[in-house]
Design a protein around this ligand. Structure first.
Ligand code: AMP
Ligand code: MG
Length: 416
């Protein structure tokens, strides 16, 4: 028998399982921070992670300007009966002089507020007879004026290092005149499947064979995260092939993921290979699906041995691999988005175990966020993932959730 750390701990003590949160913390404690950076054009930076704190070199907006089409005046109390219209201000072309008492300037949205003016009267509230401007209704000092720097004052931190560059973040950087940004380099992830029964697409399916699912779900999720995928294919159940695959993965990637071969009943070859190439723990996690998980270090790189069942692969990726990758990508303190929904049906779990059922959430007729499961929840039933739009997370302290009770959900829109 090969001596592989806590696997045997678990075998000797089958009741002992690792809680989900502790597993995540152990993983996050050892995966490395992002270090390698590159400068790329802002136009190519969508979904990348900012590698430097970004301070604003100037005020945004740069000039105090009008938020409406109307007339710029100097507020006084009381207001004059009428003003004399003396000129116009357009966006990009202001009124060149200082406003004198009793004067008004026609102003367009975005145009700089002329010197001497501080208040805008909207077009609809004003009437013009010749050059005499009068108004209906009240006026508040400073109304409809956008102050210089009210969005971002000069010198302020507007986007910290570790920010994911969303469309709105790109817009913010663009408003500061940046044409390129320093971002972390994409993480290179090697993936492979294991199993003599697992067959590549394009090959005829032998008796008792199954087509490889996991490399495709993994590639999809990794692509969404912006990782570079190194696909090492399907590795047969044989210690030498696996050792070679691991050595190749460790030399070309920043992190590696395999699927299959980590459950208790599996042949020992995978444990032997992992022991030979690195230091890997075999965990039994108090969760369903996805109880077996191997995690450790192979050739100095983090290694995840995910379960073989396709749903378990996706769920363990979302809960364990994703936070690790986000850290390696430079994103600070990432957590899945959780919401509370009301159960539309009874959901079963077990005390001391976290269940991730596949769910469908929606807003019902009374405006309540509700969730139901997608039905059959076997860890090999991938259609349950396809039908779902969230994971229903029933944590350790619940045995079941009854109809009408609140339950946590993790929407897919955030997970993958
Ligand atoms: P294992 O952990 O290797 O015993 O695999 C558990 C289950 O997942 C078995 O039914 C395998 O046939 C199945 N499985 C393993 N790898 C894959 C894969 N890449 N695609 C689809 N099913 C798989
Ligand atoms: Mg297998």
């Amino acid at each position: 028998m090969v001596e592989v750390i806590s696997c045997f701990d678990a075998v000797a003590n089958p009741g002992k399982m690792l809680p989900v949160e502790e597993s995540i913390n152990r993983i996050l404690n050892v995966v490395p921070n992002a270090t390698k950076t590159e400068r790329i054009p802002l136009s190519k930076a969508m979904d990348r992670v900012l590698a430097t704190d970004q301070y604003s070199p100037f005020n945004v907006p740069p000039h105090t300007n009008s938020a409406m089409d109307g007339y710029a005046i100097a507020f006084t109390d009381p207001l004059p009966v009428s003003w004399r219209l003396v000129g116009e201000a357009y966006a990009g072309r202001g009124y060149p002089e200082k406003l004198n008492q009793g004067e008004a300037v026609a102003i367009m949205t975005g145009a700089p507020v002329p010197e001497g003016a501080d208040t805008i009267i909207i077009k609809e509230a004003a009437s013009l007879k010749g050059a005499a401007l009068s108004i209906q209704g009240g006026v508040q000092k400073g109304q409809h004026v956008r102050l210089a720097g009210e969005d971002i004052p000069r010198g302020s931190l507007c986007l910290p290092s570790g920010s994911l560059l969303s469309p709105q973040a790109l817009g913010l950087l663009a408003s500061m005149g940046l044409s390129s940004v320093e971002v972390f380099k994409p993480v290179k992830v090697a993936i492979f499947s294991t199993g003599d029964e697992v067959v590549d697409q394009g090959e005829a399916l032998p008796e008792f064979g199954i087509y490889d699912t996991n490399r495709f779900t993994l590639r999809g999720m990794l692509t969404r995260l912006g990782c570079e995928v190194i696909d090492l294919g399907i590795i047969e159940d044989d210690q030498r092939s696996l050792s070679e695959a691991l050595a190749l993965a460790a030399s070309s990637a920043d992190i590696m993921l395999s699927s299959g071969g980590v459950s208790m009943g599996e042949a020992d070859y995978i444990k032997s290979a992992l022991k030979q190439e690195g230091r890997v723990d075999f965990w039994r996690i108090a969760m369903r699906p996805g109880r077996p998980l191997a995690f450790g270090d192979v050739g100095g790189k983090p290694f995840f041995g995910l379960p073989g069942n396709p749903v378990a692969v996706m769920v363990t990726f979302m809960q364990f691999v994703q936070p690790a990758l986000r850290k390696m990508m430079g994103q600070t303190a990432w957590q899945p988005n959780r919401m509370i929904a009301i159960a539309e049906e009874t959901l079963k779990s077990r005390l001391g175990r976290t269940d991730y059922s596949r769910g469908v959430y929606h807003i019902n007729e009374s405006g309540q966020l509700v969730v139901r499961s997608t039905g059959s929840q076997g860890s090999g039933i991938l259609t349950s993932m396809v039908m779902a739009n969230c994971l229903i997370e029933i944590t350790d302290e619940f045995e079941r959730i009854d109809v009408g009770e609140p339950v946590l959900i993790q929407p897919f829109s955030d997970l993958m």
